[in-house]
Write a protein that binds this ligand. Sequence first.
Ligand SMILES: CC(C)(COP(=O)(O)OP(=O)(O)OC[C@H]1O[C@@H](n2cnc3c(N)ncnc32)[C@H](O)[C@@H]1OP(=O)(O)O)[C@@H](O)C(=O)NCCC(=O)NCCS
Length: 179
Amino acid sequence: MVHRPLEGRLVRLRAREPRDEELAYQFFNDPEVTEFLAMRYPFSRLQEREALSVPARWPGAAFAIETLEEGRFVGTCSLDVVSAESRRAELGIAIGDKGFWNRGYGTDAVRTLCRFGFEEMNLHRVELEVFAENARARHVYERLGFVVEGARRDGWFQAGHYQDMIVMGLLEGELRLEG
Ligand SMILES: CC(C)(COP(=O)(O)OP(=O)(O)OC[C@H]1O[C@@H](n2cnc3c(N)ncnc32)[C@H](O)[C@@H]1OP(=O)(O)O)[C@@H](O)C(=O)NCCC(=O)NCCS
C-alpha cells in the first residue's frame, strides 16, 4: 500500500500554492475566522502573497488543507519547529471556510498534522496557545490528547477585555488516533 502521511479521513494536507491567494485573503480578513487568531490587523494581499512565496520557517512545515472529496481548499495549518534539539514545534490551524466548521475537518486536519509531526518530522512535542474563549478549538485539542499545561493570565487583550491564553502540549505517543 502507498504510504500517504499527509492524508486523513476527510482532508489532505498539501503545499500552499499561488492559486490559494484569493481564498486565503478572504479567510484571513474575515472577523469570524480571525476572532481567535493573533491577527488583529487587516492582512493585505501583499502579505498573503509573501506568506505564500516564503517557505515555512525552516525547519517547520506549512500546509494548505483541502477536502479529500472535492479537493477544495478550506484552510491552512502549520508546525513551526521552535527547538530542533528538543524536537519541539508549535502548531497553528485555521479552517477559513466557515461552511466547513463543526463537520470534523478541523479535528482530522490537526490529527493528520500531528501524526505527520511525530512520524515524519520526528518531533517529540507539539505545543500551542489557544485563547481561553475559543471553546471549540480547546475541545478539539483535548479530544486529540493535548494536555492543558498552564495559562498566560490575561495574555490577550481584545474587544476591551483581557482573556487568558491557555498553553497546551502533546508528547509523542499521546495523540489519539481514533475517535
Ligand atoms: C477551531 C477549528 C480548527 C475547529 O475545526 P472544526 O472543523 O470546526 O472542528 P470539528 O468539527 O473537527 O470539531 C469541533 C468540535 O468542537 C465542538 N464544539 C463546537 N463548538 C463548541 C463550543 N462552543 N464549546 C465546546 N465545544 C464545541 C463540536 O461539538 C465538536 O466536537 P465533537 O466532534 O466531539 O462533537 C476551526 O473551527 C477554526 O479554524 N476556527 C477559526 C480559527 C481558530 O480558532 N483556530 C484555532 C486557533 S488556536
